[in-house]
Design a protein around this ligand. Structure first.
Ligand code: G3P
Ligand code: CA
Length: 253
């Protein structure tokens, strides 16, 4: 019987609460998530903030590009009310705030949506927060960033994000995925939930000692397949619901 993979709240408990806010992260932990995934970008004045998109319009209604804005400008925005009146006033958090609210023993998957310029401020935030390195995973689509993270922050594990349709229309084979992981020195694959991630690829990854994390899985059937494959974690927008669905498969949600 395979053990349940770690359940990681994708952008928090983002089905129920505004993604990438402290409210969403708190709710994920209330729902017994083992950890959270969150997206991070660098502001013009060198702070790391938690936001998925390059700009703020979708989640705040105000159109600022994170890379051109200061932290103070971003912190004035309301990143909650688009999701519902009860979330009005939820701010865009900083990485430091997210590290500071991480409960003991829980995990933080730090998806970096910038280039290597984020590494120095990232190192500074991590040093100040002193969250144990084994509780943190860096994730990035940019394999060059993964390689740079492994070189400059070797105490932390970094996984390469692959959605199997890389820039320029690249549709990699399993062998190409394994080759890229080797090139970058990544500690694991953070895979989109696709059929290419099958028993054969999982076996190859395990033989190389690599971790396997999968996103975004909001269906019980998809999660059960991945649990059978023995992946390490599942990122889901519905952490509470998905844990129940995996642990009590016969029950209606
Ligand atoms: O980190 C996994 C996943 O979140 C990557 O895609 O677009 O949801 O950030 P995206
Ligand atoms: Ca993400």
């Amino acid at each position: 019987m395979p053990s349940t993979p770690l359940i990681i709240g994708h952008r928090g408990a983002s089905r129920d609460a505004p993604e990438n806010t402290l409210a969403s992260f708190r709710l994920a932990f209330t729902q017994q998530a083992d950890g959270i995934e969150a997206d991070f970008r660098l502001t013009r004045d060198g702070h790391i903030v938690c936001l998925h998109d390059p700009g703020t319009s979708r989640t705040t209604g105000m159109d600022l590009a994170v890379a051109d804005a200061t932290l103070a400008q971003l912190q004035r925005l309301d990143a909650g009310s688009w999701k519902g009146e009860q979330w009005r006033g939820e701010p865009i958090p900083t990485l430091a705030q997210v590290l500071g609210m991480l409960p003991a023993g829980k995990r933080l998957f730090v998806e970096l949506k910038c280039g290597t310029e984020i590494i120095a401020p990232l190192a500074a935030d991590l040093a100040r927060a002193a969250v144990p390195a084994d509780r943190i995973r860096f994730l990035a689509f940019d394999h060059l960033l993964v390689a740079a993270l492994k070189e400059r922050l070797p105490d932390y594990r970094a996984c390469w994000l692959c959605d199997y349709r890389w820039r320029g229309g690249w549709h990699p084979s399993p062998a190409q995925v394994l080759a890229r992981l080797a090139e970058t020195g990544a500690d694991g694959l953070a895979s989109r939930d696709r059929a290419i991630l099958d028993a054969a690829l999982v076996r190859e990854l395990r033989q190389r000692g690599l971790e396997i994390h999968v996103w975004t899985v909001d269906s019980a059937r998809g999660a059960a397949r991945l649990a059978d494959l023995g992946v390490d974690s599942i990122m889901t927008n519905r952490p509470g619901w998905l844990r129940r669905a995996l642990e009590f498969p016969g029950e209606k949600a």
